[in-house]
Design a protein around this ligand. Structure first.
Ligand SMILES: NC(=O)c1ccc[n+]([C@@H]2O[C@H](COP(=O)([O-])OP(=O)(O)OC[C@H]3O[C@@H](n4cnc5c(N)ncnc54)[C@H](OP(=O)(O)O)[C@@H]3O)[C@@H](O)[C@H]2O)c1
Length: 309
C-alpha cells in the first residue's frame, strides 16, 4: 500500500521530507515525487523511498508517480502555481484510473474571499481536486509556521533588533511546520479520524501577538527586540525589497504579497476561515505528542538571529 509523497525534498517548512521519514519509520512503502535527483532526493532514497522524477507543473510527468498508489500526501510551496498543480495531479490520477486517498496540506486562508491571492488559489485548488472526483482529506493549518519567523524577520532582528509587520495588535496562532506534518501523518495512517468531513482545521498550540513574540526573542537572545506595527503597504514594500536583496533566502514576492494580506486580515479581523483558534489542544489529542512552542523554536535557532560577525 504505497504512499506517494509530493514535495518530498522539502524547502521552507520541509513537511514532505518529514512525512517521508515518518512513514518509513512506520514501515510504509513510500514513493517520493522529486523534481530532480540531488542530495535532497538522496536523503529520501536512503530512507528506502522509491524516487520518481516529475513536476506538478506538467501532468505528463506525473503518471508514473500516481500509478498504483493507495494514498497521497499533496503539498505545494506557498508560491504561485497551486491551481495548475492540483489540476495536473487530478488529471494524472484520472488518466491512470486509480482512486488514491489524497491528504492535502492546506492553510487557514484557503477561503474563496480571503484577501490573500494564495489563500484563494489554495481554496480553488481544493475545489479542483473535488470537482475531479478525488477522495480528499484537506488539512488547513490555521496558524503561521515558526519557520516563517526567520524567513520574514531574520534580517531585521539581526541588523536592527526590530520586527515590523501589519498584523497590528491582534494575536496570531503559531505552529511548527513539522508538527503540521505530523498531523498529516496521522491523517495518512488513521483515515477514520478524519472521515466525517472533507476539510479539517488545525490551529496552533499557542496564540501570541507580536509584543509577546518580541518578549520571547528578548529572553532567548538576551537583548531587547522591538516591535513596530506598520501599514500593509509599508510592510509589503519592505518585504519586496528584502526578496530582491542578497538576504532574501527563500522569500519570494508571492509570499510577500500573501503574508502582508494575511497580516491585514488579522489586524482588521477579516476573513479567517472556520478554525476554532481556542482549540489549542487538538494537535496533542490527535498525535499524542507535545507540540513545539515558539520559545523552543527560537531557542533552537537563536544563532540565526544573532548579528553576523
Ligand atoms: N508557511 C506557513 O506559515 C504555512 C502555514 C500554514 C500552512 N502552510 C502550508 O504549507 C504548505 C507548504 O509546505 P512546506 O513548507 O512543506 O513546503 P516547502 O518546504 O516549501 O516544500 C515545497 C516542496 O514542493 C516541491 N515543489 C515545488 N514546486 C514543485 C513542482 N512544480 N512540482 C513538484 N514539486 C514541487 C519543492 O521541491 P524543490 O525542492 O524542487 O523546490 C519542495 O519539495 C503550503 O501548502 C501551505 O498551505 C504553510
Amino acid at each position: 500500500m504505497t504512499v506517494l509523497v509530493t514535495g518530498a525534498t522539502g524547502r521552507h517548512g520541509g513537511t514532505g521530507a518529514y512525512v517521508v521519514r515518518r512513514l518509513r519509520e512506520h514501515g510504509i512503502p513510500v514513493r517520493a515525487l522529486v523534481r530532480r535527483l540531488d542530495e535532497r532526493s538522496e536523503r529520501a532514497a536512503a530512507l528506502g523511498a522509491e524516487l520518481v522524477v516529475g513536476d506538478l507543473a506538467d501532468h505528463r510527468s506525473l503518471a508514473s508517480a500516481v500509478d498504483g498508489v493507495s494514498s497521497v500526501y499533496f503539498t505545494f510551496p506557498v508560491d504561485a502555481g497551486i491551481v495548475p498543480a492540483a489540476a495536473n495531479y487530478a488529471q494524472a490520477v484520472r488518466e491512470t484510473g486509480g482512486s488514491p486517498r489524497t491528504v492535502v496540506m492546506s492553510m487557514g486562508p484557503a477561503t474563496p474571499t480571503h484577501p490573500s491571492h494564495l489563500g484563494r488559489h489554495q481554496w480553488l485548488s481544493e475545489q479542483v481536486l473535488q470537482w475531479a472526483g478525488l477522495d480528499v482529506t484537506i488539512l488547513r493549518m490555521a496558524a503561521m509556521f515558526h519557520e516563517d519567523i526567520p524567513l520574514l524577520w531574520k534580517h531585521s532582528v539581526r541588523t536592527e533588533s526590530m520586527i515590523r509587520n501589519c498584523f497590528g495588535e491582534n494575536p496570531v496562532s503559531w505552529l511548527n511546520a513539522l508538527d503540521a506534518a505530523e498531523f498529516c501523518v496521522a491523517a495518512l495512517l488513521r483515515p477514520e479520524l478524519f472521515a466525517d468531513k472533507a476539510a479539517h482545521y488545525l490551529p496552533g498550540p499557542e496564540v501570541l501577538d507580536f509584543h509577546q513574540i518580541t518578549k520571547v526573542f528578548g529572553e532567548v537572545l538576551d537583548r531587547p527586540v522591538g516591535f513596530e506595527p506598520i501599514s500593509r503597504e509599508a510592510w509589503l514594500a519592505e518585504l519586496l525589497d528584502l526578496a530582491a536583496s542578497p538576504h532574501a533566502g527563500l522569500l519570494k514576492p508571492d509570499m510577500a504579497r500573501h503574508i502582508t494580506a494575511c497580516g491585514h486580515a488579522v489586524a482588521n479581523s477579516l476573513e479567517r476561515g472556520n478554525a476554532d483558534y481556542s482549540d489549542t489542544g487538538l494537535f496533542r489529542r490527535v498525535t499524542g505528542r507535545e507540540p513545539v512552542l515558539v520559545q523552543d523554536f527560537l531557542t533552537s535557532n537563536a544563532d540565526l538571529f544573532r548579528p553576523e560577525r
